[in-house]
Write a protein that binds this ligand. Structure first.
Ligand SMILES: [Zn+2]
Length: 330
């Protein structure tokens, strides 16, 4: 069966549409220029810290300070950068089209009431594109900065540099940069156009998602797709060049992943789960998934995840919100 035939259930989908990447991923949005050219310019940084228009988002351990407007909308709580004492490290998140600079302040603890803080999984989908991009970058940098105080070469204490985008070791003059760990996340399809979804051992009964795993040292992303799917589900991805298709990526700073999304195809639907990471895996037709979700038997990942979008792309429509499982508490 050709790919176009396999997508026949979607009616209007053409081969061209089938080639498109996933658009508008919730955590891949952003409207602010990252302004890397200014990160080491001390005069520029000092000038913009003193500029009354510059703004600061405060982050702490995966959460940011937020505000709720009268109509219930959520936004980042952005305060004037000039109010932050000069000896407090601020990371430069970027500059918008109106030349307003945005910084992040890395708080040691959450001040004020709990209502004024929220983590990215909870509010990522509710923020506008500018705020979503600022928060993802701020949280990703915060996760790195707070856990990389020592030089991996010599163990000396490193210092904050390049407006938060590196740490410098004064003992051996080495530079260290924020770490991002690539992971593959894959919706596997069989030749009947059924989708393979699995349940992790730590998840509640009925929670299903795409399969995923980290790219290992010395491994390509495509090799990681084949290895992870086989390890977790026993399913062998077919050999054709077109049997693994890259569909897009989004940062997933929990604490420092980049999720690379794929569809992949197999000729053999035999399942043999590893019983450790994945304890249950099932093939679903679209009708089977719809009825299992409608009855509450199955719950899918939330809209903030690329997993959700990989499933929706196959399904052919946005999935109803009440098909989502609850957010996993931190
Ligand atoms: Zn060192």
């Amino acid at each position: 069966m050709s790919r176009t035939d396999a997508c026949g259930g979607l009616g209007s989908r053409t081969m061209d549409a089938d080639r498109e990447l996933l658009g508008n991923l919730i955590l891949a949005r952003g409207e602010v220029d990252r302004a890397a050219e200014w990160r080491s310019d001390v005069d520029w940084l000092a000038g913009h810290r003193a500029d009354p228009a510059s703004r600061v988002v405060t982050v702490c351990d995966g959460s940011a300070r937020i505000t709720h407007s009268a109509d219930g909308a959520v936004a980042l709580a952005l305060s004037p950068a000039m109010d932050v004492a000069g000896d407090v490290d601020l990371t430069l998140l970027g500059v918008d089209a109106g030349d307003i600079a945005y910084f992040a302040r890395h708080a040691d603890e959450r001040d004020g009431d709990e209502e004024s803080w929220a983590d990215l999984r909870r509010i990522g989908a509710d923020l506008n594109a500018r705020d979503a991009g600022l928060m993802v970058t701020a949280v990703a940098l915060d996760n790195w900065l707070r856990t990389h105080h020592r030089c991996p070469r010599c163990g000396a204490e490193t210092v904050f540099s390049a407006a938060g985008w590196s740490r410098h070791c004064p003992a051996d003059d080495s530079e260290h940069f924020p770490r991002t760990d690539p992971a593959v996340i894959v919706l596997v399809l069989d030749r009947q156009d059924r989708a393979l979804l699995g349940r992790q051992g730590r998840w509640a009964e009925g929670w299903f998602s795409t399969l995923a795993g980290f790219v290992e040292a010395g491994e390509s992303a495509e090799a990681a797709v084949r290895r992870e799917i086989h390890e977790e589900s026993g399913v062998v991805i077919s050999d054709g060049l077109d049997d693994i298709r890259y569909l897009g990526s989004q940062p997933w700073p929990f604490p420092c992943s980049l999720m690379l999304g794929y569809h992949a195809w197999t000729d053999d639907p035999t399942i043999d789960v590893d019983g450790e990471e994945i304890v249950e895996a099932r093939w679903f037709t679209r009708d089977e998934l719809a009825s299992a979700c409608a009855s509450g038997e199955v719950r899918l990942p939330p809209s903030v995840s690329i997993a959700r979008r990989l499933i929706e792309r196959w399904y052919g429509a946005e999935l109803p919100g009440d098909w989502s499982r609850p957010l996993i508490p931190r």
